[in-house]
Design a protein around this ligand. Structure first.
Ligand SMILES: O=C(O)CCC(=O)C(=O)O
Ligand SMILES: [Fe+2]
Length: 245
C-alpha cells in the first residue's frame, strides 16, 4: 500500500467532512502540517536547490487593475530541476483528497501552469488584488519570518467578491477595492511555515499585504488545478503572467 503524503489526521472521514463544509461555505480552509513532516522537509530542501533560479517578476494586470512585484520560480524550471515537486502535485491520493473536499473533478492545469514558487523579500514587493484562473489552489508556506500580524506579508481574502461585485455593478475595480476595505470584507491569514491554505482561486479575490521590513520574507509553493466543469472566462495569457512563466 502506498503511504499517504498527507498528514493522516486529515484523511479521517470526520476530518474530511469538516474540511469540506468549511471549504464550501468559506471558500478556503487553513490546515496545520498538511503534508507529512518528511515531505515538508523535502519541499523546503528543494526550494534551496531551486532558489538560484528565481526570476524577478514585475507585472501589471489590466484585468484586475493591480500590480505584482516579486520573484518567482516557474513551473517549467521546477519540473526540470526538481521533478519530485511535480510528483507531489501528481500524487493521486492528494488529487482524490482534494476532489472530496472541493466536490469537483479536478484536472491538471495546462503546460507549466500547474505550480509556481513565489518569493516575497523585503518591503518593496507588491501582490495586488486578483482572482486566479484556476479553480483550486493549494498554497504551502515554505518559509517566512512574518507570521506575526505587525509585519505584513499576510494573505488577504475576500470570499464573497463576486456577490459584492454584482451588488455594486456600477463601481469599477478600484472603487470596489476601496469598498471591501471600508466594509471589512477582507479575511487576513498569517500563514506559518508548513501551514497550507486551500482556496477557490477563481472565486475568492486575494492579495498579499506589503511586508514592513527589509529583512522580511515569505516563500510559498502554489499548486493549481482546474475544475473539469468550470467554464473559462479568463484568457490563458493572464494565467501565464500570474504564474511567472
Ligand atoms: O504567495 C501567496 O501567498 C499567494 C500568491 C498568489 O495569490 C498568486 O501567486 O496567485
Ligand atoms: Fe493568486
Amino acid at each position: 500500500m502506498k503511504i499517504s503524503i498527507i498528514n493522516q489526521a486529515y484523511c479521517k472521514t470526520e476530518a474530511i467532512s469538516q474540511i469540506r463544509d468549511q471549504y464550501n461555505t468559506e471558500g478556503y480552509v487553513v490546515l496545520d502540517n498538511f503534508f507529512r513532516p518528511d515531505i515538508f522537509e523535502f519541499i523546503s530542501k528543494q526550494f534551496k536547490i531551486l532558489s538560484d533560479d528565481q526570476k524577478k517578476f514585475d507585472y501589471h494586470s489590466d484585468i484586475d487593475d493591480t500590480y505584482r512585484k516579486l520573484s518567482t520560480i516557474n513551473g517549467s524550471t521546477i519540473l526540470n530541476k526538481s521533478p519530485l515537486l511535480k510528483e507531489i502535485y501528481d500524487d493521486m491520493q492528494l488529487r482524490h483528497w482534494l476532489e472530496s473536499i472541493t466536490k469537483s473533478k479536478l484536472i491538471d492545469c495546462n503546460k507549466d501552469l500547474w505550480g509556481v514558487i513565489n518569493i516575497h523579500e523585503g518591503n518593496n514587493c507588491i501582490h495586488g488584488w486578483h482572482t486566479d484562473k484556476e479553480a483550486t489552489i493549494l498554497n504551502l508556506m515554505i518559509d517566512e519570518n512574518v507570521s506575526s500580524a505587525s509585519l505584513g506579508g499576510c494573505l488577504r481574502l475576500v470570499p464573497d467578491w463576486y456577490s459584492i461585485k454584482k451588488k455594486n455593478f456600477t463601481l469599477n475595480n478600484s472603487e470596489l477595492y476601496n469598498l471591501i476595505e471600508t466594509n471589512r470584507h477582507v479575511h487576513e491569514i498569517y500563514l506559518k511555515a508548513s501551514q497550507v491554505i486551500i482556496f477557490k482561486g477563481d472565486v475568492v479575490l486575494h492579495s498579499v499585504s506589503k511586508m514592513r521590513e527589509e529583512n522580511n520574507k515569505r516563500v510559498t509553493l502554489l499548486y493549481a488545478w482546474d475544475d473539469v466543469n468550470s467554464s473559462k472566462t479568463v484568457p490563458n495569457d493572464v494565467a501565464i503572467a500570474l504564474y511567472g512563466s
